[in-house]
Design a binder for this molecule. Structure first.
Ligand code: GLN
Length: 251
């Protein structure tokens, strides 16, 4: 599927971005599609055209993209995409090394790591884009979650996973857990970062309530496209209200 989103500002577009949504059919739960929509909308509002591409197992991978987004999925969804992901893994790793920004939520975050050992003992291989490994625990970690982050201030979302992720020395955490469980409920880390890639357990969806993260990803995408990112201030009053409500909710 390809969709075009034209810039909504006056005058010519300031640039054009190719946004790839990875595995929307199998890996796209708890509103993760909202992340793609936020990126496309904020880019339009800042004067950029967006070409939205989606990639499902067996499709032809585009030759180059400026930003990639992937969502979460059940173990069964991860099982369905695992062979294809291993096939496209080297291309995704090359993009990441080349500075393509990526956002991988939950199930894809796990598989961007070295792999996920399910509760049944099955090993779903990852692509080792992120130095992290995940093993299913015996309880699900569910609820509202708030992080402190260095680059984006407080980040809010919702987590629902059984996998317990441990980062290796090649990845740094996305944030420090203030409320919730995060990567494993023990070491206070949440998510992982490498190059311009963010992996995180936070659904919600993440980006509508965390515009600072969206704009950081867009800035990296615009840089990758060869255009300049000089954003105008946007009215984020609704996002601010949603953040306040989310942070006031009980776990
Ligand atoms: N199946 C994985 C887990 O439960 C991922 C879940 C998800 O993506 N929400 O850990």
């Amino acid at each position: 599927m390809t969709a075009r989103y034209e810039h909504t500002t006056d005058g010519p577009a300031r640039g054009s971005l190719r946004l790839l949504q990875l595995y929307p059919r199998d890996m796209n739960i708890y509103g993760d599609w909202g992340n793609t929509l936020v990126l496309a909308r904020r880019a339009q509002w800042q004067g950029y055209d967006v070409e939205l591409l989606s990639y499902d197992p067996g499709d032809e991978l585009p030759s180059d993209v400026d930003i990639l987004v992937g969502g979460g999925g059940q173990d069964s969804g991860q099982d369905r995409i695992k062979e294809d992901l291993v096939k496209v893994g080297p291309a995704l790793k090359a993009w990441a090394a080349d500075g393509v920004p990526m956002l991988a939520i939950c199930g894809l975050y796990q598989l961007f790591g070295h792999g996920f050992t399910t509760a049944k003992g099955q090993e779903i291989p990852g692509i080792s884009l992120m130095d992290a490994h995940t093993v299913a625990g015996d309880t699900r970690l569910i609820g509202n979650i708030t992080l402190g982050t260095e680059d984006f201030g407080a980040v809010v979302g919702y987590e629902n996973h059984s996998g317990l992720t441990t980062l290796g020395p090649g990845a740094r955490p996305f944030g420090t857990v203030r409320v919730g469980d995060g990567n494993n409920g023990k070491d206070s880390t949440e998510g992982g970062r490498v190059h311009h890639v963010i992996g995180t357990y936070l659904h919600g969806s993440l980006l509508p309530k965390n515009p600072a993260v969206a704009d950081w990803l867009l800035a990296r995408a615009v840089e990758h496209s060869g255009a300049t990112w000089e954003p105008e201030p946007l009215d984020d009053a609704w996002a601010e209200r949603a953040r306040t409500v989310a942070m006031s909710r009980p776990r």
